[in-house]
Design a protein around this ligand. Structure first.
Ligand code: AVI
Length: 323
């Protein structure tokens, strides 16, 4: 069964304009990374995930493929699956197949990207004994709706894969997991994927690849602002930049102005001045140590039942249980 629950229509453009205005009037200009994922951005991210320099997605998939039955064996009998940010759903197949072999399974992908949600439903719709209901929602709103559909005695397994947690500031990541915990019941599970620390040059290459796909992914934000908010960013006058932040243990993506210039964004009623070399910070990707995940879990009201680590591209899959 395939069903898609669309977002309650809010004026998406108004919210986009307000967020862009807020971000570009800060001292360190910034644009929220969630806006990287329009249709073009979602497709570019798919390409990033197969680049030789970017091992994160392959590591995540390797672990899920290799240990799916191990993970499923640790879950209670009656369990429904919700996924926060399903992407195309490709990496979720192994767990769902393993679960569906032992029971009929409801799968609820929660995604703000309609493109990704549609891709996910196409990708996984062929699994026997699965029912898919997609939610085009922010993560917590979607999870609340999924929890409201929970049947008596049914547990939830929440998947938060691909190290999306890394795109939150560290403290905000814990706060987010606490919110997830608040929606869950004791004994529910969270499978959390986290990218682990690795040498800085390797990280720089992963976020500034030779083909320029990550650069296009990042610059697409300016293209989007031009297209949707009538701005006049000249893309050639900006460039993609990846840098490591030692203190935050994160790799940051920025868009750097290569000259002094002025940009107007009519839909935001905004004129923005850029100095030469000034940047717009568009994303942070935090890297973790495997033991740090236990602490984060505990701080958020979970405890870690099991952890699987990929050593080819250090990455951890941690199965957390709500306390
Ligand atoms: C989705 N997220 C975990 C990716 C990451 O690695 O932080 C997004 C990304 N940005 C650039 N490349 C990939």
């Amino acid at each position: 069964m395939l069903m898609l629950t669309h977002a309650v229509t809010t004026d998406v453009n108004l919210e986009f304009a307000a967020d862009i205005r807020e971000g570009l009037t800060k001292e360190q200009k910034e644009l929220p990374s969630k806006y990287l994922y329009d249709e073009v951005g979602s497709r570019l991210f798919e390409v990033i995930s197969v680049l030789p320099e970017y091992g994160l997605t392959r590591a995540d998939e390797r672990l899920l493929h290799r240990y799916a039955s191990d993970i499923v064996a640790r879950l209670p009998r009656r369990v429904a699956v919700a996924e926060l940010g399903s992407g195309t759903g490709k990496k979720t197949r192994w767990i769902l197949q393993s679960l569906c072999r032992r029971q009929k399974t409801s799968y609820y992908p929660i995604e703000i990207s309609r493109t990704a949600l549609a891709m996910c439903e196409r990708e996984l719709g062929d699994i026997d004994a699965i029912s898919i209901v997609g939610f085009e929602r922010e993560y917590l709103d979607g999870l609340l709706e999924v929890a409201a559909r929970r049947q008596r005695g049914q547990h939830l397994l929440v998947l938060f894969l691909g190290s999306t947690i890394g795109n939150f500031e560290r403290a905000a990541g814990v706060r987010f997991l606490r919110e997830v915990r608040r929606i869950l019941q004791p004994g529910d599970f969270l499978l959390l994927g986290t990218d682990l620390e690795k040498p800085i040059p390797q990280l720089i290459k992963a976020y500034d690849d030779a083909l320029g796909v990550t650069a296009a992914f990042n610059m697409n934000l300016l293209h989007r602002v031009n297209h949707e908010l009538g701005a006049n960013f000249v893309l050639e006058q900006f460039e993609h930049m990846a840098k490591y932040n030692q203190q935050a243990r994160s790799i940051e993506m920025h868009i750097r102005s290569n000259r002094k210039q002025t940009v107007t964004i009519p839909e935001c009623g905004l004129t923005v001045q850029f100095a030469e070399g000034e940047t717009i910070w568009t994303e942070s990707s935090h890297k973790y140590s495997s033991t740090e995940v236990f602490q984060i879990a505990e701080a958020a009201g979970f405890s870690c039942r099991a952890q699987w680590i990929d050593h080819e591209w250090p990455f951890a899959e941690s199965l957390l249980v709500a306390q």
